[in-house]
Design a protein around this ligand. Sequence first.
Ligand code: NAP
Length: 313
Amino acid sequence: MEAPDTLRYTRIPLAHGSGAIPAVGFGTLIPDQLATKQAVAAALQVGFRHFDCAERYRNEDAVGDAMQAAFSAGRIRREDVFVTTKLWNTNHRPERVKAAFDNSRRRLRVDYIDCYLIHTPFAFRPGDEQDPRDEHGQVIYDSGVALIDTWRGLERLVDDGQCRSIGLSDITLEKLREIVAAARIKPSVVQVESHPYLPEWELLEFCREHGIVLLAFAALGHGLDPKLLNDPVITAIAQRVRRTPAQVALAWAVQRGTAFLTTSTKPHYIQENFEISTLPDDAMWEIRECITTNVRFNAVVGTGVPGFIPRAS
Ligand SMILES: NC(=O)c1ccc[n+]([C@@H]2O[C@H](COP(=O)([O-])OP(=O)(O)OC[C@H]3O[C@@H](n4cnc5c(N)ncnc54)[C@H](OP(=O)(O)O)[C@@H]3O)[C@@H](O)[C@H]2O)c1
């Protein structure tokens, strides 16, 4: 009898944290609270055990409610779920880090966070306004804090014991090198946009060398044009292996050694995105060698301003 395909249960050990991160992750960038709660409940139900959150998404309460419902029903244990959340740009000043972290923890209704990320390397004017702008509509940045000082704040959270691992998001290789060189506690996870149209091989290689997990967001290309899921290389493989184009893109992400995030509010997509299985080597080769389109969909890496407005569904 053929052994069952276990790709969807892949866990990647964290070199500088505790435990391992499930490679198959569910993103919670969903604008509506009720839709968030329902999507997280559906994702837990089909088997997702890794959730990506952020104070910036303004829905940590809804994620927390859905997780708590599953925990108290005894269906799933807290320790079986990997919860990531992120420090927003307006909280980069070291003295603001702990309060931001504790607020996320309270909203998510968890005692500890598995991974805490600096959402972007750009500091905005500190305060409660998440998107501070001047009279010309320009973002007000904060030049009074360096990324390494914010990182020191995250290191202290690990020392305190309620944060299991730390990392960065929307970071360039150049800035990542600086933090890795200066850090006392090295980043465990780096979350960046990545998919077959933006494979980030050089960054992935650096992450491999330093024991950092590359966590790919927009693993399906944000659903934007040019549509990755209509790419002829992807659709031909999907037909050949009898999986959907989304399952091909997601399996590729895991098999090349990354973790991924995908999001949907539709139960059939949520299930489909969990039920991935291993691609043959020739399919992995074709995706790497035959796809020539190169697109970055999200401009956040250049400005710290989320370039992606969630679509209305
Ligand atoms: N660090 C950052 O700056 C950053 C930025 C962006 C995102 N993220 C994280 O990454 C997560 C994922 O991002 P994303 O939502 O853009 O990723 P994505 O999964 O690449 O794109 C989601 C889009 O793909 C569609 N989709 C989902 N499953 C599908 C399937 N099986 N077949 C066809 N279409 C499908 C969705 O459609 P429907 O809407 O119709 O379901 C939606 O339009 C976010 O939730 C967030 O946690 C982080």
